[in-house]
Design a binder for this molecule. Structure first.
Ligand code: SF4
Length: 584
């Protein structure tokens, strides 16, 4: 199992085996201790046939008054996924062990044990799938069969498989949830611009980047947007909004999401997305695109076979389907803000796009045409290597010390030497951990013939995984060049192909944001209207009928509920990782 980011931490925080000692201490209950003479016998550990551990003294005497005979049973450490998220002691492998709890076998177990409809204890199984996952399935199918398939066709076929074979009762894509996330995200940006929060605002949709910031760059946390990601907004929609419509409580719905990366499993497991009142999560289980494909293969479902009406838009759908948000295939956060600023400006504006290193790091500057005044400066930054540069740049511009320990101090010194920036700093950065963004997530399907002869990874590094201490799967027969075998991302050509399929009949990517353009398949007015209805239904403002836009401010109680439902929090994680020891 792999995570986004081909980062290698030189102080042994990556790719460790599960045998690495966990730093979480066993809770110690203070009990009266027997007085042991200095230099008296030391204690030893024995393990019985059931695997229980006992502490015994070397002279056979009990080490504790409450012990059984001469032995004291030792407590077992209880380690949750949250403990692992709050620790950088043994990340990656231990997290991967724990998140097997968020796997397709868990989904199948649940579906097998779910009592029949209309019987006590039955939960409504709901599946939501990200458009990047649909694009990955479509690209893979198109490349193996030679005939193109659209995201709509794939959505229909996945829905047929999930309902007829697995027993899901509802299947949605997550683009309407993304639409709401984008509305709330824009709202948050303008709140910050008015002084209610820090700028630049950094995107909050990528858990790969968020976990990295929490563990290695806590000084960046005030800059990260609080708006929930589309996955978590979908969780709110399914468990609360649909739940109300279906007359079901949140814990009477089982919500599975299909996502392009493993990091989304970690996101869904965060404490912030746990409903204490109903003891349930917004998203109960996350599976990757690859896991969904595995389930289809296991159940002999042929995704290449058409299903009825698969190309016809569903006008009766409960929520709009396959909304296209022009800009980037990772959610179009930056472009949505640019659209918003452009349309709210009364005079003409010009947008300039500059590539900083590659297409994974671009700057966007919006100027008033008449005066040349910079109205907005943003960046799109994908991949950990670019991300590190952006973190330093943002820290320098904002006057905060970046990184911990020696790394942070060095950057601080450099910032002082450079003095005040002579140009406007960023207002916003769309940050994504994966090179190429979400279409290239670690949970996506790989190209048919991956990596033969490929020597460089997506960030331009030449890596030999074995030499880096990474145990690679043994391939049979051995491939010509195994340097990239098992790497988590696809190659550049494949990423471009998934991107092309993602945009289906739109330019790839659209040349520039087009105001009010929501793609050919939806009416933005209608979609915005439904989004506002969701807000009113869930936040129940006292003057509900007066709210015609997402941005309108409601009464205090409703605004509090809005923050609880559509935003989240981050917290720094104490780490012993030295920033300088991180190799990019
Ligand atoms: Fe997941 Fe997208 Fe972030 Fe990659 S860029 S870790 S796919 S959210």
């Amino acid at each position: 199992m792999a995570f986004s980011g081909a980062l290698t931490l030189t102080d042994l925080n990556d790719f460790l085996t599960p045998s690495q000692a966990c730093i979480k201490p066993v809770e110690q209950v203070k009990e009266p201790q027997e007085i042991i003479e200095p230099a008296a016998a030391t204690t030893g550990i024995v393990i019985d046939s059931s695997g229980s551990y006992y502490e015994v003294s070397a002279n056979g005497a009990s080490t504790n008054a409450s012990s059984r005979g001469t032995e004291r049973k030792l407590q077992q450490a209880q380690i949750s996924l949250n403990d692992c998220l709050a620790c950088s002691g043994c990340i990656t492998s231990a997290e991967s062990v724990l998140i097997t709890l968020q796997s397709h076998t868990e989904v199948l177990n649940f579906l097998d044990s779910n009592p029949p409809v209309s019987t006590l204890g039955h939960k409504i199984p709901v599946l939501s799938i990200a458009p990047q996952s649909l694009a990955s399935l479509a690209a893979s199918l198109s490349s193996s069969s030679g005939s193109p398939v659209s995201l709509r066709q794939i959505l229909r076929r996945v829905r047929a498989f999930s309902t007829r074979i697995l027993g899901f009762e509802h299947v949605y894509d997550t683009t309407f949830a993304r639409h709401i996330a984008l509305l709330e995200h824009t709202q948050e940006f303008f709140e910050r611009k008015k002084g209610n929060g820090k700028l630049p605002m950094l995107a909050s949709a990528c858990p790969g980047w968020i976990c990295y910031a929490e563990k290695a760059h806590s000084e960046m946390l005030p800059f990260i947007a609080r708006t929930k990601s589309p996955q978590q907004v979908m969780g709110t929609l399914v468990k609360s909004w649909f739940g109300n419509r279906w007359g079901m409580q949140p814990d009477q719905i089982y919500h599975v999401s299909v996502m392009p990366c493993y990091d989304k499993k970690l996101e869904a497991s965060r404490q912030d997305f746990y409903n204490d009142l109903y003891s349930t999560r917004d998203v109960d289980c996350v599976i990757t695109t690859g896991e969904l494909e595995l389930m289809m293969r296991d159940r002999s479902w042929d995704l290449s076979q058409p299903v009825e009406n698969e190309s016809v838009p569903d006008v009766d759908a409960e929520i709009p389907e396959l909304l296209s948000h022009p800009g980037t295939s990772s959610g179009s956060y930056l472009h949505t803000l640019i659209n918003s600023i452009t349309t709210s400006h009364t005079s003409p504006v010009d947008l300039a796009i500059k590539s900083v290193r590659t297409s994974d790091y671009e700057e966007f500057t919006l100027r008033a045409r008449e005066t040349g005044e910079v109205l907005f400066k943003g960046a799109k930054c994908y991949g950990f290597r670019n991300l590190q540069n952006v973190v330093r740049k943002v820290g320098r511009e904002a006057g905060v010390q970046v990184g911990r320990g020696a790394a942070g101090r060095l950057v601080g010194i450099r910032a002082k030497k450079r003095g005040v920036e002579d140009e406007k700093g960023y207002d916003y950065v769309e940050v994504m951990a994966c090179p190429g963004g979400c279409v290239n997530g670690g949970g996506q399907l790989k190209p048919i013939a991956q990596a033969a002869g490929q020597k460089e990874d997506e960030e331009g590094f030449t890596r030999t995984w074995q030499e880096s201490g990474v145990q690679m799967p043994v391939s049979e027969p051995p491939v010509e060049d195994s340097a990239m075998q098992g790497a988590k991302w696809g190659n550049k050509e494949w990423t471009k192909e998934v991107e092309r399929v993602y945009w289906h009949d739109l330019p790839t990517p659209p040349p520039s944001p087009r105001p009010h353009d929501q793609g050919p398949e939806s009416s933005s007015v209608c979609v915005d209207h439904l989004a506002v209805q969701v807000k009113i239904d869930l936040c129940y403002p006292t003057d509900g009928s007066l709210h015609e836009s997402w941005a309108s401010i409601m009464d205090e109680g409703a605004e509090t509920r809005r923050r609880e439902l559509f935003r989240t929090q981050y917290r720094a994680v104490e780490s012993e990782v030295v920033g300088l020891a991180v190799k990019w």
